[in-house]
Design a protein around this ligand. Sequence first.
Ligand code: SF4
Length: 178
Amino acid sequence: MIDTIKLHNIIENSTTNGPDNRFVIWTQGCSLNCDGCFNQSTHDLKGGFDLEITKLAEQINQTSAIRGITLTGGEPLLQSKAISQLLNLIDNTLDILLFSGYTFGEIKADSSKLKILHQVDAALLGRYNKELPHPFYGKKLVLNGNRIKKEELKPWLNTEVIIQGDNVQITGLYKQSV
Ligand code: SF4
């Protein structure tokens, strides 16, 4: 059986989803239902598309001029096994940033999710709180080593428009301060 991962979208080159130029993976499926979530089209656990993990790893490893990958969603840790497999296959010079709605406590209580925390360089954890001025506020930052530095994950407000074939995507963070 070929292992697959359920995805919402991928972008090979983005400068608004973490430090420098990054390959961004939006997984499909989230059951956390944060009030005011700005990515509701990623929630449906049956939506999105399936991609073979080996093919995704190959695409990442062949993408030039990227510093690392960003895992976001949806909720990447709902697919911990697939994410772990993927991370084992990618070029180890790439740094890895994870955004997850799960709290550190919830992750610690689940060995498959905790395994991912050991495989990434940095993670911003916890539910989205629409009352806060920026989506990063209220999150817990976890750093493994120093490939991604704390200063690089200061709240940013940038957007970019990415055109891939017929697909036009606006990405980044553009929440207004309150
Ligand atoms: S964890 Fe992220 S995708 Fe899931 S409901 Fe919360 S903000 Fe939305």
